[in-house]
Design a protein around this ligand. Structure first.
Ligand code: SF4
Length: 322
């Protein structure tokens, strides 16, 4: 049984008469010990998807219009608020893009991690655990870091501290939403390595959200490509990067030079992604698709599974284009 099972999930904002369909009928799974990447441009619905998993979106402004989210076999959408509090920050933990937003500027790093340990009421020696967590994320000078305030640390060290806080509840699932995007390029790889190290050591499942297909290869085993609120392609990282099926994925791959043997010629994707208030008719990608035909603007393509592991594609002509 997968650790996380999302089935036909739709998340809407605004009025029922004119809903903003931020997430529109998506399905995927994440197993224990597995890293699944969720890739897409800004506004594609990936962050709304991430926040939905622990119901962090403000309800009732955000509504679960359809579907289910099962975590460790339990339906998340019907849990009470007190059950949700236990789940959040405990069994499901988050690391967001901006570490400074996750840290309290007037509390030392040690105090904040200790608070996270206390909240999660684990019967442990908290001081030993605090230092273990700091070492696990590569903050070896544990005494000094524990006494430091967030502004005394670099962005990379702050993000490591945030990862340590996320680990305090021994999560089974870590949701990392663009965790390295706000960091200096040289620090990004270090923080990514820390994240993957702790994911492997702790045996967690991880949903890794990024707009950058280029970093997916070194991070994940499977990838979900999201466009305009829908998953348009899913598969193993190797398959999706080497032989993408959906024209949008093909365009994303073409825009990453090292995935295509260092070709100097980059192909951008023309046009802009639609917003959730005005999805095009038919295939939502058709105004930007180099392979669009008349049928594409008229008829919405359905999801077609290509194996039993969740791989599939949403395009009328993917077989011809493969
Ligand atoms: Fe392009 Fe048509 Fe496929 Fe959409 S259905 S991705 S417009 S070819």
């Amino acid at each position: 049984m997968p650790l996380l099972e999302v089935n036909n999930l739709s998340v809407h904002f605004g009025s029922r008469a004119r809903p903003v369909r931020a997430v529109d009928g998506i399905s995927f799974t994440v197993s224990a010990g597995e890293v699944v990447a969720l890739v897409g441009e800004s506004g594609s619905g990936k962050s709304a998807t991430a926040l939905s998993l622990a119901r962090l979106l403000p309800e009732p402004a955000a509504r679960f219009a359809s579907g289910s989210i099962k975590f460790a076999g339990r339906e998340v959408l019907t849990l009470s608020e007190s059950e949700m509090r236990q789940l959040r920050g405990g069994r499901i933990a988050y690391v967001f893009q901006e570490p400074s937003a996750a840290l309290n500027p007037v509390l030392s790093i040690g105090a904040q991690i200790d608070e996270a340990l206390r909240e999660r009421r684990r019967a442990i020696d908290r001081k030993t655990e605090l230092f273990r967590l700091l070492r696990a994320v590569g903050l070896g000078d544990t005494e000094r870091v524990a006494r430091a305030y967030p502004h005394e640390l670099s962005g990379g060290m702050q993000q490591r501290a945030v990862i340590a806080m996320a680990l305090a509840g021994k999560p089974q699932l870590l949701v990392a939403d663009e965790p390295t995007t706000a960091l200096d390029v040289t620090v990004q790889a270090q923080v990514l390595n820390v994240l993957l190290d702790v994911q492997r050591t702790e045996g967690m499942g991880m949903l890794f959200i990024t707009h950058n297909l280029g970093i997916v290869a070194g991070v994940a085993q499977r990838v979900l490509v999201m466009y305009a609120g829908q998953i348009v392609e899913a598969g193993s990282v190797e398959d999706v990067l080497q032989t993408p099926r959906h024209p949008y994925t093909k365009a994303l791959v073409a825009a990453v030079p090292r995935l295509r043997g260092g070709s100097a010629r980059l192909e951008g994707i023309p046009g802009a992604a639609p917003t959730a208030t005005n999805y095009p008719t038919g295939c939502r990608f058709h105004p930007r698709c180099a392979f669009a035909r008349e049928r594409c603007s008229r008829e919405e393509p359905m999801w077609e599974s290509v194996d039993e592991q969740g791989s599939g594609v949403r395009c009328h002509f993917w077989k011809e284009l493969s």
